[in-house]
Design a protein around this ligand. Structure first.
Ligand code: NYM
Ligand code: MG
Length: 218
């Protein structure tokens, strides 16, 4: 009911290791919602188009080296620079499908050896997702998928650590069972899509009544 000023969009997040199928599912969900009359946008972090995003892109392509903490903070800034736009869209009733976010930010940096609390602190106070689809895939399975190894971080040993830290963050969220949806990413694209659509539609209907969460990890 678009006449209700309290209607807001849902913040739907996809997280997981590299090659887990996040972008595929995010795009399919976006198409589905768009074709069914929803106001929806698809976002991706890192957003490589901004000035900061271009530096991140050079780093990931191994064209540039940066201190681990410096690159961590750039990834974080890349989310902060979008916060206001994301908030306005959600409040105006647009659902946001987001491909990676602060959970990736912390998982990859901690896997490299940085302190968990230090890593979380730069993202503290960002908008919180309403649901997290965690596309779970073993590093063995990821390695077999096309394109693995092209960018920095796409190494089996690091991915194994990243996966463990995602699970630590799930515990840290004191998971209220509705926030994190762990999906076995080793299923068919269509099976996964069906489950994701079901949960998303339920959420979009319910989050109309919930205030926007502006308190990530607070
Ligand atoms: N990544 C992504 C981080 O290390 N920190 C972050 O905050 C984010 C958002 O960037 N290997 C890493 C994870 C990926 C890489 O993302 C690029 P993608 O989704 O593969 O383009
Ligand atoms: Mg990747």
């Amino acid at each position: 009911d678009t006449n209700n000023v309290n209607n807001r969009g849902a913040f739907i997040l996809f997280e997981g290791c590299d090659k887990a199928g996040k972008s595929t599912q995010a795009k399919k969900l976006f198409e589905y919602l768009k074709n069914n009359g929803h106001s929806v946008e698809l976002w991706k972090f890192p957003d490589r188009k901004t000035t900061i995003g271009q530096i991140i892109n050079e780093y990931l392509a191994n064209d540039k080296d940066l201190d681990d903490k410096a690159i961590h903070l750039l990834f974080s800034v890349n989310r902060w620079e979008c916060r206001k736009d994301m908030k306005n869209l959600l409040l105006s009733g647009t659902t946001l499908i987001v491909d990676r976010y602060a959970y990736s930010g912390v998982s990859y940096s901690v896997a490299k050896g940085l302190d968990l609390d230090w890593c979380c602190s730069s993202d503290r106070g960002l908008l919180s997702p309403d649901i997290i689809f965690f596309m779970d895939l073993t590093a063995e399975a990821a390695e077999k998928r096309g394109g693995f190894g092209e960018e920095r971080y796409e190494k089996k040993s690091l991915q194994e650590k990243v996966r463990k830290i995602f699970y630590m963050l799930k515990e840290k969220d004191n998971d209220s069972e509705s926030l994190w949806k762990v999906l076995n990413a080793n299923q068919s694209v269509e099976m996964l899509h069906k489950r994701i659509v079901e949960s998303s539609l339920k959420l979009i209907e319910n989050c109309n009544q919930l205030p926007l969460k502006e308190d990530l990890w607070k």
